[in-house]
Each structure stands twice: as C-alpha cells, then as structure tokens.
Design a protein around this ligand. Sequence first.
Ligand code: SF4
Length: 504
Amino acid sequence: MKILLTTLNAKYIHSNLALKYLYTSVIENKETISIREFTINNSDDYIFTELCREEYEVVCFSCYIWNTQRILYLAENLKKAKPEVKILFGGPEVSFDSVNIMTENKFVDFIISGEGELAFKQFLNNYFSDEPNYENINGLTYRLGDEICISSPPKLLEFDKVPFPYEYLEPESDKVVYYESTRGCPYRCSYCLSSIDKTVRALPVDRVYRELKFFIDRNVKQVKFIDRTFNWNKERCLEILRFLIVNDNKITNFHFELCGDLIDEKLIELLKSARDGLFQFEIGVQSTNNKTLEACNRKCNFTKLKNNIEQILNMGNIHLHLDLIAGLPYEDYNSFKESFNSVYALSAPQIQLGFLKLLKGAAIRGQTDLYKYEYRRKEPYEIISNQFLSALEVTHLKMIENVLDLYYNRGGFEFSIKFAMKILNENPFDFYERFSNYYYKMGFQHKSHKKEDLYRIFLQYIRWRENLHELFSSKMQEILKEDMRRTLNEDAIKKFERKGWDIL
Ligand code: SF4
C-alpha cells in the first residue's frame, strides 16, 4: 500500500508546505507515505510516467491556481491508466467548489476542503479500515455509489496542536523554506481568501522560537513566513524579530508580509539593529485610492504607511517589496496611474504590479455583476475588464508590468531611468507607459533578452523619442554605461563593447 502526496510548484525553488503538514500529521504511516513535488515546468509526459511507474494506491494532489488544470489532466490520465488508484484533491482551488469539481471530473474520488491535517488523518484511518465511514470527517467530499456526499463542513483546527511540518522532513537546501506561525488574518479584504478565517490563530512564541532555531541551526538560506499579516499583533511581532536579531547566523534571511501602517517607532528602532539582509518585507499597498480601499474593506492610512516605508528604506538594511493590484473597484486608469506614481515615489527595490484575481471563495467574486467584472473562466481567474478599466487598458497595464519587471525590478538601470524621466519630463507611469508602447511596437516582447540587449533597447528608445537632441542621447549612453558597469561583470562588458550598441 502506497500513498503519494504530490503537487506541481510554480518554480523549482518553491516548496509545498501543505504536503509537509499532511505527512507529519500521519507520521505513524510514514513507511507507506511519500512526498513528490514537481514543477509546472516538468512535462506532462515526465510527471505521468513518474506517477504511473510506482504502485501507488492513493494519489493526493495539492491544488492551487497555478496548477489545477494540469493536475486535472494528469489525474484523469492516471485514472485511465490505473483505474484502481484513488485520487484525492485538496487545496484552496478545490475547497470551495468540491461537488462541482467531482461532478465534472468523475476520476476524482475525494476532496478535502479547508485545513487538511486532521481530515487527512481521519480519512486514512477510515480508508484502510474494514468498514470505512467518511460521514464524520470534517470537510470531506466523497462518492457513495453514484452519489456525491459531503461530510460535515470544514472546521478550523487548534493550530497549536498541528505538528511542526519539518519535524521529520529536513528543509531542502536549494529551496525557499516556508513557515507559518499564524493562520488567518484579522482583516477582511474582499479579494483575499485569507479574510475567510474569522480569527487569527497563533502558535505560542516559545514554540516559534524553537522552530526558528531549527532553521537557524541548519543555516537555511531563506525562511518565508506565510503568515498573512505578521505584525497584526505588534508585541508578538517585536518579540519574534528581536529573537531573530539576537540569534542571527549571518546567513538566513527571513521574509514577512507586513501591514505598512501598523509599523510603529518601536519596530523601526528594533530594525535598526538588524543585519543588512536579515529581513525582507513585503507590504501590500494595492491602491492609494480611498474609495477603492473602502470598497475592498481595506483600511490603510497611506500617509502613515509612506512615512514608515521611507524610514525603513533610509535605514538601508531591509529589503522592501511593495505590491499594487490593478483591477480593484473604482480604480480606473487614471486612478491607477496615481497609485502607481505614489508607490513608485517611495523607491522600494521591488514593485510588484499584480492583476486582480477573482478567486473562488473570495467576496469580490460575488460582486461580479455589481462592478461588471469579466474575468478568465479558468485559473488564475484574472480580470479581463470591469466598469472602470477596459480590456484594452488592462492590456496596457500588462505591458507596463512587463517593462517594469525587466527594467526596474531586475535592477541595473537605476541611474538611467532617473535620468530618462528627468530629460523626458515624465512622471514614472507616463515613462513606463510610453516605453512599454515602444517596446511592444518594436516586437521586443516576442523573445527573452539578455541584460546587455536591454541596455541597447533602452538607448534605442531614447534616440527614437523625437524631442531629444543628440546631446541627450550621448549623455544617456554614458549613464547606461555607468549602470552597466555596476551590474555586469567585466567579461560581459568587454563583449558588449565589441558588439556595440545596435540591437540585432
Ligand atoms: S489582503 Fe492581506 S490584510 Fe487583507 S485579508 Fe488578505 S492577508 Fe489579510
């Protein structure tokens, strides 16, 4: 008897925490359970062969927006090849729609909705008993003959009773290590699934210290907290960060999602003593339009947030990543431009321009008619348009996102972008909008470019802008070279010089 816990991660460096939780929760069955993580870059053929060649009895798939279509296809083929194999799905993508999924996909035998640790344990106990009875398992959807049955609704677990997911599984050295010290979020943002848990459940700090020490002692490269708003409880946040500063191994980096306007003087004071690179913060600004934030049930004092972010950036030892979401209610193209410019002005090293996803189970999906949302029917359910943004405007924002990612987030153009915006007399949004129009008009989006070519494209764009005199483009060339010297290695620069500035 063999049970497989599996998934397709979005990238090789990612790992799936849910599978580790499930494995640890049924550790008494460890001889019969294994974990196998694939990525979306593995071919269907490769994954299918791997799933088929072993004698699995139950294959459990962890489903998210980035992998569910692939998993459905793989699971269907697996069932055709081995009808005796039972297929179990879990994860946010199947939790809110289990009956429909099982109705449409006859090869799915079971779905666990919500938190899986207890349900999976109860499921295994029943599955391997002589008289399985699934009725009392919280959150299980199963088949009884031709009928699809739902047992009792999913229940929030006592989180402190859930075992440490790495107790029996060593963290992989070449991957990001995910860790969770709280479940749930106190806020109610309408586009977010974390708003569904009405309470925050936190592990006792002593346990968190022990578990963090486990990672510190192993010198893992990065621990990414998946806590939804790490500083919801200011004192707890301070205590844990202080612990990490005191126990710094000079190697591990810790990533947190913070609420920007909850940051206070005490936290800023503490952060001053952190090693450069010890902490990385992701702060969701999403929009600076108050009406938009109100419509999403999101409260944010942008002035306070701005002030906090500026202080943190001035310290220079914390890596900051700011998020914006395009497609929220009342955020039209001009309003988004304002949000973008306000966030850009903060000069964070990374700005993630995301697009609204109307996720299954999120409140905003129920407001489709209210705001005239059109969105992709399949994962990731991303916005196509709404009453505030046309499909063409969303497309333009996508183009901007691509160029922002290449030129801003990946670095190497700091001086050049500042200089170009100055001589062109453009605000950040207008600069990226015009540059991205040119980038797409010239067809540069059709292939991926080496960094060197991105410098060539930049100069070509500046030369193309008719209002520029020769003087500006030669100055621009000098500044691009300066950025290049700070970014590329000597060999790459020599090679660049041999080839020259023309993009072939
Ligand atoms: S977006 Fe962030 S703050 Fe809002 S509910 Fe989700 S996790 Fe909480």
